[in-house]
Write a protein that binds this ligand. Structure first.
Ligand code: NDP
Ligand code: 8X3
Length: 253
C-alpha cells in the first residue's frame, strides 16, 4: 500500500455524502486536501475535522471559467494535485423521458459530464508533467443497467465510464492512473436532491433494505488510490447485498 503522505488530493462535491467520506479517508491516509463544492459552511466544517492541511474551494463545477480560474489560483501548497476525485454530481427526477424536465437533464449533463471534464482537463497537464497522478471518477451502476426514469442520469454516467476508459488510453505510458467507481444504492443526500427536497420520498428509497454507506465507497476509492504505482484499477462496480438486477420488461396484451 502506498502512503499518501506528501500527496495532495482534490475532491469535488466534498460538502456531502461520498465526497465528504472520500476527503476524510484520504486525509486519514496522510493526503492534504482541496475541498471543492458550493456550500462553504459544509466545507469549513469538514476542514475542521481533518487531520491534515486542507483548503476549502467554493466552486460550481458547471462554470468552466470558475473551474479554470480557481484551480489556477490554488495556493502553492495545494497546487500540485496528485489525486482528483471527480465526485460532484447528481440525479434529478425519475420521470419517463417524455415527461422529464429538460432543465433537469441539462443540469445533470452540465454537472456530471461537462463539470467533470472541465476539472479533469484543467488538472491533467500538471499530473502528466509531474508523471504522477490518479483520476478517480464517480460513475454509477446506472451507466450499465437501465431502469425506468434513469434516462439522462444513466447516460451521463455512461459518459463518465467511456471518458474514463479513453483517458486511460491516452495516459498509457505515464504514471497517471484512471479509475471509474460505479456504486449502486448509497444512502446520502442523493435521493433528497433527486426528489427536490422531498425527504419522505427519499427515505422510502432505502426503506427495509441495507444500502451502501458513503464510507463504503470512500474505502474503495482509498483502496484504488493506494495500490502500488504500476497497478491501475480500471473499474469497480459495487452494490448492496440487498440490491439486484431487474428482469427484462415485457408488455403483454
Ligand atoms: P450528495 O447529494 O450527498 O453529494 C453530492 C455532492 O455533489 C455534494 O457535495 C454537492 O455539493 C456536489 N455538487 C453537486 N452539484 C455541484 C456543482 N454544480 N458544483 C460543485 N459541486 C456540486 O450525493 P452522493 O454523495 O451520493 O453523490 C456523489 C456522487 O456519487 C455523484 O456523482 C453521484 O452521481 C454518485 N453516485 C451516487 C450514488 C448514490 O446512490 N448515492 C450511487 C452511484 C453514484 P454542493 O451542493 O455543496 O455543491
Ligand atoms: C445512483 C444509483 O441506482 O439510483 O447512481 O441510479 S441509482
Amino acid at each position: 500500500m502506498q502512503t499518501l503522505q506528501g500527496w495532495t488530493a482534490l475532491v469535488t462535491g466534498a460538502s456531502s455524502g461520498i465526497g465528504e467520506a472520500c476527503a476524510l479517508a484520504l486525509s486519514q491516509a496522510g493526503a492534504r486536501l482541496v475541498l471543492a463544492g458550493r456550500r462553504s459552511d459544509r466545507l469549513e466544517a469538514l476542514a475542521a475535522k481533518l487531520q491534515t492541511p486542507s483548503h476549502p474551494l467554493i466552486l460550481d463545477v458547471r462554470s468552466r471559467q470558475d473551474v479554470e480560474a480557481s484551480l489556477a489560483a490554488l495556493p502553492p501548497d495545494f497546487a500540485n494535485v496528485d489525486v482528483l476525485v471527480n465526485n460532484a454530481g447528481l440525479g434529478l427526477g425519475l420521470e419517463p423521458a417524455h415527461e422529464a424536465s429538460l432543465d433537469d437533464w441539462e443540469t445533470m449533463i452540465d454537472t456530471n459530464c461537462k463539470g467533470l471534464v472541465y476539472v479533469t482537463r484543467t488538472l491533467l497537464p500538471g499530473m502528466v508533467r509531474r508523471n504522477r497522478g490518479h483520476v478517480v471518477n464517480l460513475g454509477s451502476i446506472a451507466a450499465t443497467y437501465p431502469y425506468p426514469g434513469g434516462n439522462v442520469y444513466g447516460a451521463t454516467k455512461a459518459f463518465v465510464h467511456q471518458f474514463s476508459q479513453n483517458l486511460k488510453a491516452d495516459l498509457v505510458g505515464t504514471r497517471v492512473r484512471v479509475t471509474d467507481v460505479q456504486p449502486g444504492m448509497v444512502e446520502t443526500e442523493f435521493s433528497v436532491v433527486r426528489f427536490k427536497g422531498d425527504a419522505q420520498r427519499a427515505n422510502k428509497v432505502y426503506e427495509g433494505m441495507e444500502p451502501l454507506t458513503a464510507a463504503d465507497i470512500a474505502d474503495i476509492v482509498l483502496w484504488t488510490v493506494t495500490r502500488p504505482a504500476h497497478v491501475n484499477i480500471n473499474v469497480v462496480e459495487v452494490m448492496p447485498a440487498d440490491q439486484g438486477f431487474g428482469p427484462f420488461a415485457v408488455k403483454r396484451r
